[in-house]
Design a protein around this ligand. Structure first.
Ligand code: PNS
Length: 161
């Protein structure tokens, strides 16, 4: 069985993330999507809200599960016995950060953990969770970027801010 972990902040999940999840699920036997519980950041959605969004969006993909993690990604990989990390690459601007992270993770794991990159589908190449949040704040159209239930959660969240 070949498994992979797709880690991220997912605040919130977008169609860009979902595209990577589906393509990874076509290649790996199991894909664990894992939300980073980062105490230093104040995300719009709590870890459990982000996990629930991902669970709802992936409920029809049988080989995808959703979890959260804290601390170092490679420790979490070791704990789960999974040695492949999946990440999406949108453009060259992502490249430096992603390359540094993958090399660091490989070094920290004694060359046991590798990162596999999926190039983002062109129509999502400019999409990010931050831009989605900005659009939601001003009640812009989110149809092309996130599932409707996520758009509703976003509008609702900004109504009280
Ligand atoms: O969606 P993001 O914010 O680009 O995801 C970044 C993430 C969660 C993959 C990264 O910040 C991470 O793995 N953090 C855990 C801490 C860690 O292992 N850092 C060492 C890697 S250099």
């Amino acid at each position: 069985m070949k498994s992979a972990i797709y880690p991220g902040t997912f605040d919130p999940m977008t169609y860009g993330h979902l595209d990577i999840i589906k393509r990874a699920a076509n290649i790996f036997d199991n894909v664990v999507v894992s939300v980073l519980d980062n105490k230093e950041k104040t995300p719009l959605f709590s870890v459990s809200e982000r996990v629930n969004i991902l669970k709802e969006a992936t409920k029809d993909i049988p080989n995808v599960s959703v979890e959260s993690f804290s601390g170092l990604l490679i420790d979490y990989c070791k704990e789960r016995g999974i040695y492949v990390i999946v990440r999406g690459l949108r453009a060259v601007t992502d490249f430096e950060y992603e390359l540094q992270m993958s090399q660091m993770n490989r070094k920290l794991s004694d060359h046991k953990v590798d990162t596999v990159f999926f190039n983002t589908t062109l129509k999502y190449s400019y999409l990010s969770s931050s831009s989605v949040k900005q659009i939601a704040q001003f009640h812009g159209d989110l149809k092309a970027f996130v599932p409707d239930f996520v758009a509703d959660l976003l509008y609702e969240r900004y109504k009280n801010k």
